[in-house]
Design a protein around this ligand. Sequence first.
Ligand code: ATR
Length: 280
Amino acid sequence: MTAADRPVAGVIGWPVAHSLSPRLHGFWLDRAGIDGFYVPMAVAPERLGAALAGLPALGFRGVNVTVPHKQAVFDALDRVTPVARRAGAVNTVTVGEDGTLEGTNTDVAGFLGHLRQAAPVWQADAAPAVILGAGGAARAAAVALLDAGVARVTVVNRTVARAEALASALGDARVAVAPWERLAGALDGAGLLVNTTSLGMAGQPPLTLDLAPLAADAVVYDIVYVPLETPLLAAARARGLATVDGLGMLIHQGVPAFRAFFCAEAAADAATRAHLLAAL
Ligand code: ATR
């Protein structure tokens, strides 16, 4: 077997040392018996274009792209899928046979795949949804919920102008915007609350909300995964609400990326989760 027969992919970020993706894909490669590589690559913002342009010559099948490159990467691509355009972010780049680069976004599918797996009772059209935050993760969540068929999703953000910009970028009448001060009203009767802010992350202030206005069967989803049970999820659990943590989204977004890089199926299952948990 020559080196070229051994598939190579990786993740580009700055910094990248914290990324769990090498551990995730390495686990799946081992399990599938594939003699391939998934490597972390620390690439400074000013070198992103050069790094991506080098991928075909280096024989890469593709790369995941993480913070802070998910928007800047658009300039370096030959094609972008519709879902990546709508999400305004690319997290997966594949190298075609002809050496061209295509960008897509698997965070959107990862967000929804994990929600459906962790909270199978959730029904998109049963009650409105609320998203806290207006960054890249909020936009991916909003695209996923719109595609799933929510009748209404309200984006609540500290800086309301960012929420308005997100809504206008999505251009969908089902998206509403509210300032943080009107959060209680937005939560009234909601069937899904999603936190995409950094509040509750280790080292950040907790997200303390009154969850009482939520529907009795509401689901609370926190995309933060360090710690795995954030203060928000603990409060939701204490109220008897279904909770969804952020680790599963990371795993689920990796499944289509693994398929694209290694032409094999990966499963977002308990063994994968345990393997990542051991590193947290
Ligand atoms: P990402 O792209 O990962 O979603 P981001 O663009 O940095 O990350 O967005 C972080 C989100 O957390 C934003 O919605 C931010 O609110 P602002 O737009 O007002 O900055 C939110 N956030 C961060 N710290 C916060 C705090 N202390 N209180 C409320 N919201 C906060």
